[in-house]
Each structure stands twice: as C-alpha cells, then as structure tokens.
Design a protein around this ligand. Structure first.
Ligand code: NAD
Length: 353
C-alpha cells in the first residue's frame, strides 16, 4: 500500500475539432463581457479571427506576446487592457501567449481562457515564469490557473512540423518527470504514461503528414495530459537544467528540452526511486533502454540533439553545472556537479547519452 495526496484541478477543459466555436458560450458562462484576445505577432491573424467570433464580447486584441513573459510586454498589455475596460483575457497561442495571460491575471485578477496551439502545456499549470532584464523568476501561483481551456485540434494544424516535434518532446519531458516525481500520485502516473504513449505514436506521423488529424488530436491529447502533470506534481533535474540553460544562455525553450531529456533520463535511470518510472517509459518506447530510445526518437524526428547547435557556448558548461547543483531540490538520484558536467558535455556535443 502506498500513501498519496492527489490534487484535482479547477480548470474546465473542452477538447475536439471545431471547438473554438464554443468560445462565445464559454466566455459567457464566466460572465466575460469584454474579452481581450492575446497572441504573438505571428498569430495576430488567428487572434483577429477569434475576436470576430466573440463579436460584441470582444474588448480588443493585444498581439505582442513574447517568449519568457518579459515584464515590459506585460506592462504594455496591462495599459491596453485598462484602456479598453477588459474584464478577462483569452490567449490564442502557445506558452508565450498563455504566460502573458497569467501575468495579467496575477496583477489584476482578470480570469483567463485559452485556445492552446502548441504542446507546451502551460494552460494546465499554475506556473508563471517572467523575465525582467536577463533574470527569469518562476513561481507557482494557484490564482493564475485558467478558468477554461478549449483545445481545438484544427488550430494546431498550422504549427510547423519541426516546431510540433520539439513542442511534443517538451510535453514528453513533463510526463517523464511526473513519472518519478517525489509527490507523484496514481492519477498523475496514469496521465503521464498515457501522455507518453500518445506523443510517441503521434509525433512521427505529424512529421510525415502535418495535416493528419488523428495524429494531431493524439498529440494535443498527450500535451493536455502532460501539461496537467506539470501543473499537479513537482518536477526535478530535467526542468532545473532547462531552466538554467534558458535563463543563462537564452536557449530556445522547447528545443532545449528536446536535447536535454535523454541525458537526464540516462542519469536518473539507475536510481531505485525511478524504477517504476523507467519501466513505464520502456513500455511507451519498447525496444531499447529509455534514454537511448528518447535520443533515437529525437534523431528520427529531426529534432536538435546538441546544445552547441542551439547557441550554447562550450565555456558555459562549467557555469551551468555549478548553477544546476546550487539549490537543493528533489531528484530520484542525488545530483553532483561532476555528473552534471559530464552529461552536459555530451549534450553540448550531440553525443548519445
Ligand atoms: P511559443 O508560445 O513561444 O510559440 C512559438 C512560436 O510558434 C510563436 O511565434 C507562436 O506564435 C507560434 N505558434 C504557436 N502555435 C502556432 C500554430 N498553431 N500555428 C502557427 N504558429 C504557431 O512556444 P511554446 O513552446 O508553446 O511556449 C514557450 C514558452 O512557454 C516559454 O516562455 C516557456 O517558458 C513557457 N512555458 C511555460 C509553462 C508554464 O507552465 N508556465 C509550460 C511550458 C512552457
């Protein structure tokens, strides 16, 4: 028998194809009468179309969301929201746009809805990461949890295949760390395993045929489950390494996750506390040990496999190893600087774990 604590989530989730048509009804159910629609510049057209769908319930759009939620962008969005009298925000996009929505909620209490269009999973978490200058601060704030998330598979069809696969590997990283989380519970374990199965079978299909609706639905389903895991249980070494690399060297988020994951899995694999996790991961990726399987999957998907290709300087390995081992945090295997330096060196060069 195992003792556990499970936390359920408050977010309402609607999943399917064409579900964006339900946005007016979902906004109305939350009594949102003046919705500010958010996006990045790349998705401004999509944001305009969703604003049209909302009709009279649209306050306007703000289309300058940027990666890592810079505080200066949030301040502009807040001023825009105030000038329009917005009573809620609707993020149309990936983690960058949803992060902006959370930053607005954290400062104003305005409720957020989202139409996620990547597999990053931010929409299911109370995590807010913001940057001021070169400093990134990440907090868990239950009050930023979204009220309603509408997954519309149709909106993911335009996510370019190369971005889709790294975004999917980012989602897999949430699921892998949920499998061995210190506070894992039976529900999180089931969701993480199911997420891995769905992503492993769908990502190669998306690469071959980006418009494959069945594969797109499977990937978004996996991303929802993986994001829920990220929101409900604690993460470990992998997320720490990616946070350090992103913050210190400005490396791109999803690509960094894709490169680092096989190396952290290889490091954690021998730990008794990761035994069940490794067995479940092997079930999702039969044929080889999980770390090799993940490395080969990234290669098959054409995802980056070397930190040097993402712009990390070789001289940064030592600094990263120092930062990764600085604060205490839980990991199934105790983390030491030599081991981190060794796997970062392999990850930097693109070598197998
Ligand atoms: P992103 O939101 O930055 O999107 C990448 C690019 O793809 C953007 O230009 C975007 O407009 C475009 N795009 C997104 N969906 C598209 C679509 N369907 N069609 C065409 N273009 C599309 O990328 P991301 O990986 O989703 O998010 C990364 C950010 O999210 C990082 O800042 C990361 O720290 C954060 N994040 C936060 C959490 C959390 O829980 N707080 C979780 C995961 C990621």
């Amino acid at each position: 028998m195992k003792n556990f604590v499970h936390r359920g989530q408050i977010t309402k989730v609607v999943f399917g194809s064409g579900t964006r048509d339900r946005i007016p009804e979902e906004a109305d159910a939350l009594e949102c009468r003046r919705v500010l629609v958010l996006s990045t510049p790349d998705q401004a057209d999509q944001a305009e179309r969703i604003a049209d769908l909302l009709g009279a319930a649209t306050a306007g759009t703000f289309t300058s969301a940027a990666p890592h939620t810079p505080v200066e962008v949030t301040e502009k969005a807040l001023a825009h929201a105030a000038s329009l009298g917005a009573d809620s925000v609707l993020a149309v996009g990936g983690g960058s746009t949803i992060g902006l929505g959370k930053a607005i909620t954290a400062r104003t209490g305005l409720p957020q809805l989202a139409l996620p269009t990547t597999y990053a999973g931010s929409e299911m978490t109370p995590i807010l990461g913001e940057t001021e200058g070169r400093r990134k601060r990440t907090r868990r704030l239950p009050e930023v949890l979204l009220k309603t998330v509408v997954y519309d598979v149709d909106l993911t069809l335009t996510l370019p295949p190369a971005v889709s696969v790294v975004s999917g590997l980012n989602a897999m990283a949430h699921a892998v760390e949920a499998l061995y989380a210190e506070d894992r519970d039976p529900v999180a374990f089931l969701m993480a395993g199911e997420a891995l199965d769905a992503l492993v079978r769908s990502l190669p299909r998306i690469l071959r045929r980006p418009a494959d609706m069945e594969a797109r639905a499977d990937a978004l389903y996996g991303a929802w489950l993986a994001g829920t895991c990220l929101g409900t249980v604690g993460m470990a070494l992998h997320h720490k390494v990616c946070h350090v690399l992103g913050g210190t060297f400005g490396l791109p988020h999803a690509q960094t996750h894709a490169v680092v994951l096989p190396h952290v899995v290889a490091f954690n694999a021998p730990a008794p506390a990761a035994g069940e996790a490794m067995a479940r991961l092997a079930q999702a990726m039969p044929g080889s040990d999980p770390a090799t399987g993940l490395f080969q999957l990234a290669g098959q998907l054409g995802a980056p496999t070397a930190l040097r290709d993402l712009g990390m300087p070789e001289a940064g390995i030592e600094q990263a190893a120092e930062l990764v081992t600085q604060d205490g945090y839980w990991n199934p295997r105790p983390v030491d600087r030599d081991a981190v330096r060794a796997f970062l060196t392999r990850a930097w060069a693109g070598e197998a774990p």
